[in-house]
Design a binder for this molecule. Sequence first.
Ligand code: BES
Ligand code: MN
Ligand code: MN
Length: 456
Amino acid sequence: MSEVKSYIDSHQQRFLDELLEFLRIPSVSADSKFKQDVLRGADFLERSLNQAGVDQVEICPTPGHPIVYAEKIVSEEKPTVLVYGHYDVQPADPYELWDSPPFEPVIKDQRIYARGSCDDKGQMYMHIKALEILNQQGELPCNIKFILEGEEEVGSANLENFVRENAARLSCDVILISDTAIISNDTPSITVGLRGLSYVEVEVSGPNRDLHSGVYGGAVANPINVLCKMISSLIDERGRITIPGFYDKVQELTEQERAKLAEAPFDLAQYKKTIGINDIQGEEGYTTLERTGIRPTLDVNGIWGGYTGEGAKTVLPAKANAKISMRLVPNQDDEEIVKQFTKHFLSLAPESVNVKVTPHHGGKPAVTPTNSTAYQAASKAYEEAWQKMPIPTRDGGSIPIVALFSEVLKVNTVLMGFGLDSDAIHSPNESYGIFNYLKGIETIVLFHHQFAALSK
Ligand code: BES
Ligand code: MN
Ligand code: MN
């Protein structure tokens, strides 16, 4: 057994215990009730980073939740790896759908069940354990810097300023992130594309109060009926989004690039089975992996209005609301898409109602090259640890700071993820495989060595 593997083997119980302690902190960024817990998350990281042997750690306050910065610089001659991760988690609601409480982690069937176990505490903590191993092996092969934020799940509003103001301090040769998924434990992959995001909230309002649906129904526009009609017109029968200009900047892939993506194994029957659907649906002319990887989408994330309590109440509601997200692909611009959406959505409104559109946070799509030194190093690291060459894939999720890093720091990012789609991130019963946690640590250690060797 390699030196790295045997170290992981003999310390595996402690590696797990430490992660479980981290997972017990409910660092939910979206809910101010957990503000102190988010701070405790940052304190935990400060201690862990010190224990793993960094030169210095700083908890940097922001108008929101703090950013944890740490570094260990061994030599100016060596390349520098900047690790990004997020220690905030999504809200755990609805609690009643969890088989065990979200912030009381349990291990069952070789998996760690807790909110954040995969996204992103588990994946982020692997980098701290990798540093511990690299440190005890001798002098680090690369300098290492950490930027760990507490606001990713709420849009990273304060990270942009921090990165712009600290660009010199953050200078590096590669940005390394573990916050994505692999195809399966038999088929490792490296994410080379992430979608962007535009997110809006809409409100349709009609009469100045809720009305009796018998007295007024049929003569007064019902805001919920109108909202549904407006929303349903946003996607046509071919699965195309009808907002004028929406596709103008979409980068179409060449047949060759599409063929390359199609090399990733995909089992449709299994896909349908794991999420309990009878059939798939999407834009005409594209495969499922293309629909989630290289095509933009529009989805209603929530819709409300009128009476939703027990029994029946005959009411013609005064208002209807919805939250709508659009996933974007290169070279769509999130702010431009919000403008196009707003203009179009307002134009759909009949005279009988008023419509308001409020934008939320968004983010730019990103693609990362496969011909960089960093990608080659990552590819070799997976090959050595997993005994298989990783396949480049495009993921449907978003990590908006990837585009920001490439703009401000002018450095390539490598997305070395170790999660699985079945880990149920953002859902009840989120989990992370112990195998993935330990194998990930090993792969990260190998990456540092490969990157140092290839950078010479
Ligand atoms: N780690 C995810 C993004 C992700 C998941 C990328 C799976 C690829 C595969 C991240 O924490 C996340 O949830 N991002 C949000 C966007 C953010 C602006 C709230 C998302 O994708 O909805
Ligand atoms: Mn994440
Ligand atoms: Mn997330």
